[in-house]
Ligand binder design. Structure first.
Ligand SMILES: *Cc1c(COP(=O)(O)O)cnc(C)c1O
Length: 442
């Protein structure tokens, strides 16, 4: 299949028929469909997975790759595999991810977790802050991002503070980019040292205007550090066009890299030589295998590496990224838009009257690839959807039910099953069988 021509032609005009099936579905591991039944005898069929924005599915090619990495690379070749296979992994996979985020060659590398990368890059950018003292972020940002920034401010002492801005409540359904930029602009001046935002908010699904926001920060001489965790692999991202300074992101969400897979970091090429990694480890050194006692940082982005990479979990990222590249991000973004439009149509006609609120923007240019609804019985409904209807969204405090639409694996029937289950749970009040007490991870 020639995905390249398909992806350019199909831009934003996939038909409903295109959405009914998904040519990439059989490239992933799906459990065998179990014919479970509802109390009224309706079979539920296969599990519907709408949580790929939290943990992506397992590609069948990852099974094969891991078998090879374990048996041949580790089992047979042992230490020789560092030269043969492992030393170049972080760069090779980083370059592939770079193609999904509009990075140039040498601007993206795989390392550590998103939280750790955020720390390293925020610290590096802040080292050049001069007399500037304020870090601006989003009050609705992912907690780990808020904690990392607050931690840096605490370590820096009194001359640095974090200011989380309330661009909106959690409800972004009637937000405009202009109003968000206005709030940011009202806070920007020569005392701001760094702006750090998630491209797509993890709760509401609101997507900041990457380019306009970056440009606004630059007008005030402020660098911007983006977290792409909830957008990479599902929607188009062009860091180069936005002239963004730095970015981090997850690989275990829409990139299907596996639980706890290492993250990536991006740093614009002109900044690399002047930015220092706060954690000086041997893998960030210019010549780690010369075992010199003094640290000389690598001249390239490798200076943001730290220690020996987790080879197994890094190797597991690549097949998922390859699938995203094969499908093409234009095609995936179009599918995401088409599937979400279908969900929103059913929301208006069938769900809005049942107490579900929508907190995600309706405009495709203003959102990522997940939809967030509120309901006063949100926790119980989520449990009911998972356990009775075999539809898997996730729940976020205080009353948000999130549906991650993974364009690489989802199709229209998944959306239809979700809508039916959300409707049935309320009509039959089946959610009442579940306790309203929260527990565990969903
Ligand atoms: C998922 C996510 C993270 C996760 O960070 P880890 O260090 O991998 O646990 C961080 N930031 C955002 C915005 C996320 O969505």
């Amino acid at each position: 299949m020639d995905n390249r021509s398909q992806s350019t032609q199909a831009r934003f005009d996939l038909s409903i028929d295109d959405l009914r099936s998904n040519p990439f579905r059989d490239r992933f591991v799906f459990e065998p469909a179990i014919a479970t039944q509802t109390s009224d005898g309706t079979p539920h069929g296969e599990m519907v997975y709408l949580d790929g924005n939290s943990l992506g599915r397992l590609p069948t090619s990852t099974l094969e790759r891991m078998d090879q990495v374990l048996r041949s690379q580790w089992g047979d070749q042992l230490i020789r595999s560092w030269n043969l296979h492992w030393l170049g992994l972080a760069n090779r996979i980083g370059e592939k991810i770079g193609r999904l985020i509009g990075a140039k060659t040498g601007e993206t590398i795989v390392s550590e977790s998103t939280s750790t990368n955020l720390y390293k890059l925020a610290w590096a950018l802040l080292a050049h802050r001069g007399k500037r003292t304020r870090i601006l972020t989003d009050a609705a940002n992912f907690p780990s991002d808020l904690y990392v920034l607050a931690g840096i401010a605490k370590q820096a002492g009194q001359d640095l503070e974090v200011q989380p801005l309330a661009f909106c409540g959690t409800d972004t359904s009637s937000l405009s980019h202009a109003s968000v930029l206005e709030v940011l602009e009202s806070q920007l001046d020569e005392s701001v040292a760094l702006v750090s935002l998630s491209h797509v908010q993890y709760q509401s699904g609101y997507a900041f205007d990457l380019k306009a926001t970056s440009e606004l920060c630059h007008r005030f001489g402020v660098p911007i550090l983006w977290d792409l965790s909830h957008s990479v692999g599902a929607i188009k991202i062009d860091l180069d066009a936005a002239n963004a300074d730095a970015a981090v992101g997850c690989t275990y969400k829409y990139l299907n890299g596996g639980p706890g897979a290492p993250a990536f970091l991006y740093l614009r090429s002109d900044l690399q030589a002047i930015m220092q990694n706060p954690i000086q480890g041997w893998f960030g050194a210019a010549s780690p295998f010369e075992f010199q006692p003094d640290y000389i940082p690598s001249s390239g982005l490798e200076r943001f590496l730290v220690g020996t990479p987790p080879v197994l979990s890094t190797a597991a990222i690549e097949p998922g990224v390859d699938l995203v590249l094969e499908a093409g991000i234009e095609w995936l973004h179009s599918r995401s838009i088409g599937l979400i439009e279908a969900f929103l149509k059913s929301y208006e006609t069938r769900l809005a009257q049942l107490g579900y609120g929508l907190i995600t923007p309706r405009d495709p240019k203003m959102r990522g690839s997940h939809l967030a609804f509120t309901h006063e019985h949100g926790w119980q409904i989520t449990q009911d959807l998972i356990q009775r209807y075999r539809v898997i969204p996730d729940f976020r405090e205080p009353n948000i039910i999130r549906f991650g639409i993974t364009p690489l694996t989802n199709q229209l029937s998944d959306i239809e099953r979700a809508v039916e289950a959300m409707e049935a749970s309320i009509h039959t009040e089946s959610y009442r069988e579940f306790s309203s007490k929260r527990q565990g991870v969903t």
